[in-house]
Design a binder for this molecule. Structure first.
Ligand code: MG
Length: 450
C-alpha cells in the first residue's frame, strides 16, 4: 500500500505537495479514523501555519471532531496538552527543514507519536476516500487555549529550582526563530539564570539561520558564549523538541555527548534502571549506563520507537544522538526545554559543562554513505547478513557488527537511495580502518547485484 507518513509525519513544500487540498483530505481521513473526539492543533512558527491549520481544522470539524487551537507551541508542549486534554494532537511543523517546507504529524491520546499501524489505518481511508462526515447538527466546534504555561510549569517541576538558582548561571539561548522562543528562555529565567537570547523573535523565514542546530548554523551562538563569558550555550531546533549545547569554552558538543552525560546522571540519580537508545548511538552511552549499574536497551532508529520501547520496559530515560532526549519522569517524547533545564541543573550541581563532558568515555565515529538503489537494499542486507554470519551481530536496524574494539553499522537510508556505514572505535585510525573495510565489502556485493 502507498505510504504518506514518514518517521516524523508528512512533510512537503508549501503550496506544492503540502497544500490546502492535501491538508483537508488528510484531516478528513484523520477525523474519520478518530470519530467524534477532541483534537488539539499546535504549530511551529512557519509562514504557512495559519493556512494549513485552517484546512486541517475544517476537515476535522466536518467529521464531528471538536478542535482546540493551542497556537504556536513547542512540539513537546503539544504532546503534553494532548495527553492531558485531548484525544489526539496534530502538529503542523517541519521541524528543522528549510522554511519553504511544512508538515503534519499526529500525536496519540497518550502524548506519544502515533504508532505505525494507526497511521496505516489513516492512510487507508485517505487513499480509498472513505470519509465519514457528520450531519449538520453534529459538526465540530473550534476553540482556543494556551498550551505554553502549564508546559513550562511541568518542566520546572522536574528540576531542583533552589539548587539552580544558587548557581546564578549565565546562559545564551539560540531559539532559531522557532517555538523554543516561548519556553526555553522563560524557564531558564525562572530558574534564576541570566539569559541572553539569540534569534528569539518567532519568524517563519528563519532569518538567523536554518533551524537545524548544526555547528555551522550555531556560529553566532558559539561566539556569543565566548564573548559574554557564559557558562553554556543552548540551541533549539525549529519545533523545540531537540537541544544542542555549547560548553563555556565555546566548544560545540555533539548530541551524543549530552545524551551520554544525561544518561549517566539519570541512572545515578535513580540508582539503576533501564535506558533506551537506537543501535546507532555511541558506545559511551552503554559504558556509563552499565558503570552506574543500569541496563541499556537498543532499538531501531527513530524517536517514536525509542519512546514506545521506554514505556514497554518502564525505562527511566532514553534518547538519540541528535539532541532529542526523553525523560520518563516528565513525558515520553523528545523535549528541548526539559533537556535544557536538566543540563543546567547538572552544571549547577557538578561544575562546568566542559569538565563534565571531558570525564565521559571518548570514542571516534566514522560516517560514510554510498549510493544504492532502493530496490537493491533488501538483497544487499541479506547478502551482508550471510557474509557476516559468523560475527557477533545485531540486526535490530540494518546490520551492526561487533568487534573487540569497536562496531560497524551498515544501514539503508529510510528516505534516500543510499546506504550508510557508521564505524566506531576508541581510536580514530581504527574507526576509519573499519569504515574502509566495510565500505569495500558493501561495494563488492553491490557490484554483483547491479
Ligand atoms: Mg524537531
Amino acid at each position: 500500500m502507498k505510504k504518506l507518513f514518514g518517521t516524523n509525519g508528512v512533510r512537503g513544500v508549501v503550496n506544492e505537495d503540502m497544500n490546502i487540498d492535501f491538508a483537508l483530505r488528510l484531516s478528513k481521513a484523520i477525523g474519520t479514523w478518530l470519530g467524534e473526539g477532541t483534537v488539539a492543533i499546535g504549530t511551529d512558527t512557519r509562514l504557512s501555519n495559519h493556512m494549513l491549520k485552517s484546512s486541517v481544522a475544517s476537515g476535522l470539524m466536518a467529521c464531528g471532531c471538536d478542535v482546540i487551537d493551542i497556537g504556536e507551541v513547542p512540539t513537546p508542549a503539544l504532546q503534553m496538552y494532548t495527553r492531558e486534554k485531548a484525544d489526539l494532537g496534530i502538529g503542523i511543523t517541519a521541524s528543522h527543514n528549510p522554511p519553504r517546507f511544512n508538515g503534519i504529524k499526529c500525536v496519540d491520546g497518550d502524548g506519544t507519536e502515533l504508532v505505525r499501524w494507526k497511521e496505516e489505518e489513516i492512510e487507508k481511508i485517505y487513499f480509498t476516500l472513505e470519509f465519514k462526515t457528520v450531519d449538520w447538527k453534529s459538526v465540530g466546534r473550534l476553540s482556543s487555549d494556551d498550551g505554553i504555561e502549564s508546559y513550562n510549569q511541568a518542566v520546572l517541576a522536574n528540576v531542583d529550582k533552589d539548587l539552580i538558582k544558587k548557581a546564578k548561571l549565565k546562559v545564551v539561548v539560540d531559539c532559531a526563530n522557532g517555538v523554543g522562543t516561548y519556553s526555553t528562555p522563560a524557564i531558564l529565567r525562572e530558574l534564576g539564570c541570566r539569559v541572553i537570547t539569540l534569534n528569539a523573535q518567532p519568524d517563519g523565514t528563519f532569518p538567523g539561520h536554518e533551524s537545524e542546530p548544526t555547528e555551522r548554523n550555531l556560529r553566532d551562538l558559539i561566539s556569543m558564549v565566548k564573548e559574554t563569558d557564559a557558562d553554556l550555550g543552548i540551541a533549539n531546533d525549529g519545533d523545540a523538541d531537540r537541544a544542542i549545547f555549547i560548553d563555556e569554552n565555546g566548544r560545540f558538543l555533539h548530541g551524543d555527548r549530552t545524551l551520554t552525560l544525561v544518561a549517566k546522571n539519570e541512572v545515578e540519580k535513580h540508582g539503576g534502571g533501564t535506558v533506551v537508545t537506537p543501535v546507532s548511538s555511541s558506545s559511551s552511552v552503554k559504558d556509563v549506563v552499565e558503570e552506574e549499574g543500569g541496563e541499556l536497551v537498543y532499538t531501531a532508529v527513530g524517536s517514536p520507537i525509542v519512546a514506545r520501547e521506554m514505556i514497554e520496559r518502564k525505562a527511566i530515560f532514553g534518547g538519540e544522538e541528535n539532541g532529542g532526549l526523553i525523560f520518563s519522569d516528565h513525558q515520553y517524547c523528545r523535549d528541548a526545554a526539559m533537556t535544557a533545564a536538566k543540563v543546567v541543573e547538572l552544571v549547577a550541581d557538578k561544575g562546568s559543562l566542559s569538565s563534565l563532558v571531558d570525564s565521559l568515555p571518548q570514542y571516534s565515529l566514522d560516517k560514510r554513505g554510498l549510493k544504492c538503489r532502493n530496490e537493491l537494499k533488501e538483497r544487499l542486507m541479506e547478502e551482508l547478513k550471510s557474509f557476516y554470519n559468523e560475527c557477533d551481530y545485531d540486526d535490530t536496524d540494518g546490520l551492526k557488527i561487533y568487534y573487540d574494539d569497536g562496531w560497524v553499522l551498515i544501514r539503508p537510508s529510510g528516505t534516500e537511495p543510499k546506504v550508510r556505514i557508521y564505524s566506531e572505535a576508541k581510536d580514530k585510525n581504527r574507526a576509519e580502518a573499519l569504515g574502509d573495510k566495510h565500505l569495500g565489502q558493501v561495494e563488492k556485493i553491490l557490484s554483483r547485484l547491479i
